[in-house]
Write a protein that binds this ligand. Structure first.
Ligand SMILES: *Cc1c(COP(=O)(O)O)cnc(C)c1O
Length: 403
């Protein structure tokens, strides 16, 4: 990159200076840690937005996913079905619980392929009656290959798309599996058709989790939120994220812990950003939409290039933009285009290296993965920040076209 050249980041925060007033209040009052009014206020705002009765804040999306798996009963030796095309933080918590991921393919919208998910449960698994420690017999889904119990599915809503939740929930019901929605990238996306019409990403499965990392659509610097339609799960989440500290006044004074929890609660400093950011969400989504349409218009008709559309059955938050490069038709490899953009000051990156090919997961089971390889090889993520200007979009498109 040359000096003085334009620099366009991939995905950066959009923070208003008025937030400083909230931070000042935290500092002046000393409420900087895991207690304070902004935490409750932010939880309530997210719950209201998501349409749930309550929401439980945490330190990160990863912490939220970990807590959720624990609540859903994922235990050592269990298996959890996950998509391979995802940020690795969606999968790591499975292993934190001592369980094993089983990797499946994605569909054309980057989310878990529900046909293959159904086929896996149907052909590769079987129901067995298993006696638990108390002597109760329960019908459980067992992976024929490993002999392990399948406990849950993690549906990751990639880039602001949403997994086909109608299919996921149908499969979960048929096979007795829990559903965790990784909605870390999809705050603001909701279903517009069918059985779950109107439901926000994260509120359809048993538990859903949002992230407020700096690259997400709204940010608290780092942080997450657990949502659910089940108050029981939310109560458990609140208890576990505050080190399983008992709430009754006498016990609270003595710090009685009747379980092993986590120190996962969000800080008031983080929430001080959140309460302001959530008010901007709808505005951010319309900016994302506008910039996506600008890219689409600017890049239309270029042989071998396709800005991938979001699934039409939802209102997407259009968080991340994905460009598919058909190297033969376009006449340039995805990586060559990527380096040309980077050299011109445009931050971009290939879609994730597939999780089942990462060193720590290479030995674990994967099932009929095809589409994800195609996307891994050919998809490029291009700048999508909400402070991206029309000029920026045009600049990026010029570089793309100027080969
Ligand atoms: C960002 C992200 C996470 C993790 O969220 P953190 O807040 O960074 O821990 C998990 N899954 C996916 C798909 C993500 O994009």
């Amino acid at each position: 990159m040359q000096k003085g050249q334009k620099e366009i980041p991939l995905s950066v925060p959009n923070l208003d200076m008025e937030i400083v007033d909230n931070l000042k209040e935290c500092i002046a009052t000393g409420w900087v840690s895991t207690g304070g009014r902004f935490i409750t206020e932010f939880e309530q705002k997210i719950a209201k937005y998501a349409g749930t009765d309550d929401a439980v804040s945490c330190q990160s999306g990863t912490a939220g996913l970990h807590t959720a798996l624990r609540i859903l009963g994922v235990q050592a030796g269990d298996e959890v079905i996950v998509p391979t095309l995802t940020f690795i933080a969606a999968v790591n918590p499975v292993v934190y619980q001592g369980a094993y991921p089983v990797f499946v393919d994605c569909d054309e919208y980057f989310c878990i392929d529900t046909d293959k998910l159904a086929k896996f449960c149907d052909e590769e698994c079987e129901f067995k009656n298993i006696k638990d420690a108390a002597g109760n017999v329960e019908r459980k889904l067992i992976n024929k290959k490993s002999g392990r119990r399948i406990r849950a599915i993690i549906a990751v809503h990639v880039f602001g798309n949403m997994a086909n939740m109608e299919a996921v929930m149908g499969i979960a019901e048929k096979y007795g599996l829990a559903v965790l929605e990784d909605a870390t990238e999809a705050l603001g996306s909701y279903v517009t058709e069918g059985r779950y019409r109107g439901a926000k990403a994260g509120t359809i499965g048993d538990i859903g989790v949002y992230s407020f990392n700096a690259n997400k659509i709204i940010t608290t610097g780092g942080g997450g939120m657990i949502v659910s339609r089940s108050q029981k799960y939310l109560d458990q989440a609140r208890y576990l994220t505050i080190t399983a500290k008992e709430a009754s006044p006498e016990e609270a004074l003595h710090f009685v812990h009747n379980d092993i929890g986590y120190n996962y609660r969000m800080t008031n400093l983080q929430a001080a950003l959140g309460v302001s950011q959530i008010d901007k969400l709808e505005e951010f989504i319309s900016i994302k939409e506008r910039n996506f349409n600008r890219y689409a218009k600017c890049l239309a008709g270029i042989e071998g290039l396709k800005l991938l559309a979001f699934i039409p059955t939802i209102r997407s938050n259009k968080w991340f933009y994905a460009l598919y490069v058909d190297e033969e038709k376009f006449g340039e490899k995805r990586d060559a285009l990527m380096h040309r953009l980077i050299d011109s000051g445009v931050q971009c990156r290939p879609v994730w290296k597939l999780t089942h090919t990462q060193k720590a997961y290479a030995e674990m089971q994967n099932y009929e993965i095809e589409k994800a390889y195609d996307y891994e090889k050919n998809v490029l993520n291009i700048p999508c920040s909400t402070n991206l200007t029309e000029e920026d979009v045009e600049y990026v498109c010029e570089i793309i076209k100027g080969r």
